[in-house]
Every structure is written in structure tokens, then in C-alpha cells.
Design a protein around this ligand. Structure first.
Ligand code: BGC
Length: 362
């Protein structure tokens, strides 16, 4: 029941996001926002398990950036286990240690209510990072890339890739989505479906398996092995005597697992979308295998989060640019960054300022 409510709430948010962004000065957040806090305070950063490269990068960037800003950073990852207890315990310890701000990339957006309430009660300010924290009043700010836009860009890339491959449909496609405990997963999916559904309705796209419900397309814990085994099953059940033209994949880790499955079945690689600009996927795109990814530069997102912390330290109100993210209890004032679609055609330009990815595009 709760999951259904959550997905519905997030879907409503996604629809509201379509109506555009507006600025709004949020009320002073947390107990101590107006007063600020000492410049060398403890700042907690609770990240989820390392299900994609961006999370690995974020940890190091937070360590270095918080130190450079004069704070005592306490950066923790939820373990590889799929339980949420690791992260709940880490946040509780940050509260006990007197953290003034706790930045959280939620392992499970609906399971942190008690911990963020304790944080707020102790006077800390809570910032949701990348993933929204759901069904609680105790989240002050949200900083992320525009998740609905990510989905829209993925849906459009799938259409573009299919049209480039063969001029006319119908095209056989399959749909994948992320971990259902991640508040981003339905937002990505709904963004993509806002582009794809009209083409399914008019017969241009055919989801040959019939699996179009997010519950059927979900990938437990964002694990590549789960996407790979679902793709194996789809190929066996549905693509014995017909070709698969395209696959909506929510991120790069899953895209590569889907491509591995298709290759093992001896089938031609379909148009496969992705997200995160992971090194192996950028290589795959340049080699003509994966079709697209999304550039959500982690350096920029972490800097934005640390800038929020710096503003809060002085007693100021962080800049926000969106008031459409309803977490089920409240609108969380958000700062959203724009994601960029990347294919082989624009990779050199998209990664021109990224010393790690730029050489891969030469
Ligand atoms: C992030 C994606 C990432 C996924 C799996 C999502 O919440 O926004 O960038 O691919 O988690 O780690």
C-alpha cells in the first residue's frame, strides 16, 4: 500500500514538474538555519551503496570539498547489503556526533523518517542529495539533476536511435526501470513514458513482452545481474523468432548488463539508452554499442550541495529554483541542475571539460 502511494505521489510530482520551474524563497529550515553554526562544524554525508560510478565519485568529492571549506566531513556509505539499517544507523551516529547539516543520498527514500526527525529535533538541517526522502516533513532542501527531464531525454534518445537504425516502425522495444525503493526510479520512468507512451498508443512502438507496468520493469537494488537475468528471460520468452530493436535502460550499469545478455544470445545489439556517463559506457558508445547516456556531472552536483552547506553556515537561505517536488508530505525546496543527453555524435563536446572522459572521445 505504502509503495503504491509513494509511486503515485512521485508520479504526481513528475506531472507537476512538467508545468515548469519557479523560484521561491523557502522558510528558514531546521532549528538553527537563521542563526548559522560554527565554521568548523561536523557535516554528515550519508550515501547509498555504490550502485553506480557517480556514488563512488561523490564520496571523494564530498570529503575533499568539505575539508577545503573548513568543515569536518563525516562521509559514510550504506553497505552492499540491501537492508536500510546501515544507513539508518549512520545517520543516527551523525546526529549523536552533533552534525549541523546531514546530506543524504537515500538508500530507501521511504525508510528514513525516524532518523531525519531525530536530526531535525537535534537542530540539524537535512538536505536530500540526488534522491528525494519521502513521506516526512523533516527534509529541508533537495539538490539533484532534473530527474523527470532525465527520463524525457532517455525516451527521446530511444526514438532517435530507432529512427536512425531503420526509417520506419513498428519497432519492438522493452522497458527497464530502477530500484523501486529509490524515489528517482518512477520519476525517470514517468519522464521516459511521457515521450514513449504516445508512440506505443499509435503503434510505432511495440513492447512485445507486454510488460509496461513499472512493477514488471523494476530492477531490484539497481543490480546489473537482475537486469541481465530479466533480459535473458525476455529474449527466451519473446524474441525467439523476432528481433528486438530497442531497450529503455534507466542507467549505464544496467545498459551494459542488457547488452551482455543480448550478445550472449547471439542477437544484434538493439538501441539501448543509459545514464551517468560511466567510463565503460562512454567507451561502449564510442565503439557503437550502447546508444546514449546522460551527463550529470557529479562534480557540479556535489559543489552545489556544499555551496548550500556554506550558505547555511552563515545563517543564509540557500538558493533554490524549483518548488514542484512533493515528497508525499510537503513541497521540498529544490535546486535542480540540467541533465545533458550524450550520444556518439556529441560526446566530444559534452565531455570537453571532463579530464577523465574527454580522452575517451578522441
Ligand atoms: C541516480 C542514478 C543512478 C542510480 C543507481 C539513482 O538514484 O540518480 O544516477 O544511476 O541511482 O545508482
Amino acid at each position: 500500500m505504502r509503495k503504491i502511494l509513494t509511486v503515485t505521489a512521485v508520479a504526481a510530482v513528475a506531472l507537476m514538474a512538467l508545468s515548469g520551474c519557479s523560484s521561491r524563497a523557502p522558510e528558514a529550515a531546521g532549528g538553527s538555519a537563521a542563526a548559522g553554526f560554527p565554521a568548523d562544524s561536523v557535516i554528515g554525508v550519508a550515501l547509498p551503496s555504490k550502485t553506480s560510478e557517480n556514488w563512488v565519485l561523490a564520496g571523494g568529492l564530498f570529503e575533499d570539498g568539505l575539508k577545503a571549506a573548513g568543515f569536518k566531513g563525516d562521509v559514510q556509505y550504506a553497505g552492499a547489503s540491501t537492508t536500510v539499517k546501515d544507513q539508518q544507523d549512520q545517520i543516527s551516529a551523525m546526529v549523536t556526533n552533533g552534525a549541523k547539516v546531514i546530506v543524504i543520498g537515500a538508500q530507501d527514500g521511504g525508510q528514513l523518517g525516524t532518523q531525519v526527525k531525530d536530526a531535525r529535533d537535534a537542530g540539524a538541517i537535512v538536505i536530500a542529495y540526488d534522491r528525494l526522502i519521502l513521506n516526512t516533513d523533516n527534509v529541508d532542501y533537495y539538490v539533484a539533476y532534473d530527474n523527470f527531464k532525465v527520463g524525457e531525454l532517455q525516451g527521446q534518445a530511444l526514438l532517435d536511435g530507432l529512427a536512425a537504425k531503420k526509417p520506419e516502425g513498428p519497432y519492438n522495444i522493452e522497458l527497464f526501470s530502477g530500484n523501486s525503493a529509490d524515489a528517482n526510479a518512477p520519476v525517470f520512468f514517468n519522464g521516459a513514458m511521457s515521450v514513449l507512451q504516445p508512440k506505443i498508443d499509435d503503434g510505432t512502438l511495440v513492447v512485445a513482452s507486454g510488460q509496461t507496468d513499472i512493477k514488471q520493469t523494476a530492477t531490484a537494488d539497481w543490480k546489473p545481474e537482475n537486469a541481465q537475468s530479466r533480459m535473458d528471460s525476455l529474449l527466451t520468452s519473446t524474441y525467439g523468432s523476432q528481433e528486438i530493436d530497442g531497450v529503455l535502460s534507466p542507467n549505464d550499469t544496467l545498459a551494459r548488463a542488457i547488452i551482455t545478455s543480448v550478445k550472449a544470445a547471439g542477437k544484434p545489439i538493439p538501441v539501448v539508452t543509459g545514464q551517468d556517463s560511466e567510463v565503460e559506457s562512454v567507451k561502449s558508445i564510442m565503439a557503437g554499442e550502447q546508444y546514449s547516456t546522460i551527463n550529470k556531472d557529479t562534480r557540479v552536483l556535489v559543489k552545489q550541495a556544499i555551496d548550500m552547506v556554506k550558505t547555511l553556515q552563515t545563517g543564509g537561505t540557500p538558493e533554490t529554483n524549483d518548488d514542484t517536488y512533493n515528497n508525499g508530505n510537503k513541497i521540498v525546496p529544490a535546486f535542480l541542475l540540467p541533465p545533458v543527453i550524450v550520444t556518439k555524435d556529441n560526446a566530444a563536446e559534452a565531455y570537453a571539460n571532463d579530464p577523465k572522459l574527454s580522452p575517451l572521445t578522441k
